[in-house]
Ligand binder design. Sequence first.
Ligand code: PXG
Length: 440
Amino acid sequence: MNVQIKPNDLEAFWMPFTANKQFKANPRLFVGAKDMHYITNDGRRVLDGTSGLWCVNAGHCRPKIADAIKAQVETLDFAGTFQMGHTRAFEAATRLVDLAPEGFDHVFFTNSGSESVETALKMAIAYHRAKGNGSKVRLIGRERGYHGVNFGGMSVGGIGPNRKAFGALVAGVDHLRHTHDIARNAFSRGEPEHGAELADDLERLVALHDASTIAAVIVEPVACSTGVLIPPKGYLKRLEAIARKYDILLIADEVITAFGRLGVPFGSDYFGISPDIITTAKGVTNGTVPMGAVFVKSHIHEAFTNGPEWMIDLFHGYTYSGHPVACAAALGTLDTYADEGLLTRAAELAPYWEERVHALKGLPHVIDIRNIGLIGAVEFAPDPAQPGKRAYERFVKAFEAGLLVRQTGDIIALSPPLVISKSEIDELFDIFTKVLKSTN
Ligand code: PXG
């Protein structure tokens, strides 16, 4: 066979969430990474201000994780988990449950955040059915929410462009209003003061649809993908209380907030809420091998265990649920987090981080700055003719200047690996300040 290989051709790979034409005309490529830095194909070091895509919490190419993956792939490369098992999956689940908030004693494995969300939504509907409440089928999300790109997650999600091309979506979904309110809360440090009453939207939706038709409400504790919307003080507790009152399950989508981003292991710990289901992915393997983990409380799990012993309890799962290599990566990751105290490190850095993020106030076009844990966001006044252009230009300039940030609309989000040092925080903001000062 005469196969023509063109190793550096950029055409074949249809890149996700990318302006492919623009990118391929002027690509940005990485060939390596270590700890806080990426290496580009032209040999430049780029400081990782985004933990990859919010997933490399322990920094890049960490030895314990790499060793665990290598040893696993050489010992047991694959074994399924349908009516069979392998020891690594049980080990990983037990370790994860130990870390989880009070009451979460079971884990269901997936391969991504999107799959974790689908799993949680299906569990919620099936849970009520198993309890004899088969009419509780509606799902409530929130405007500007991001819950991945599969049909359930897209439907409860609330980002217009992610939905509009894809038909009628899942039926029986409604949305709370989002909590972004620059008029009242601009330049808040941590949780903004105003807006807890927006949680009462759930009461409004109960009045409209009736509680007997609603299975679950799903929210991100901090809505990161949409540009870092931090919940107003008291909002999440109020939402939890309303959900509880009407037997509506609360699903906390912690794909980003789990594993130390806010200075505690889980976002639910940070906000003092106790959801029924927690979805995770990303940081569970430090981004090395795709994996997601859905945490459930015992009352959810038990609802499925009343059938005869020989019956499958949940007709759901993926070929790669609890993949041995992903489980090994998770174990190496949890060891690394524990050895270096990374799940609480953001709490130590947060005050310093907050000072540096908010020092960007007053730079051209900056209309809001937000921060929580080791997350920061800067919002720019949109250019009315070309929304998103201002932030995009700053993202490209930062990359050229040696800093990776994440752009969404006219917002730039910052979320470095939790191993970042104070001097690297300085380096990050020194570069970013120069970029903001030098861009119109
Ligand atoms: N839920 C939440 C809260 C997320 O943040 C997903 C689900 C989906 O996860 P997967 O693994 O299917 O992508 C996410 C993913 C960004 C960005 O830059 C955020 C995500 C993914 C890619 C980029 O904000 N979040």
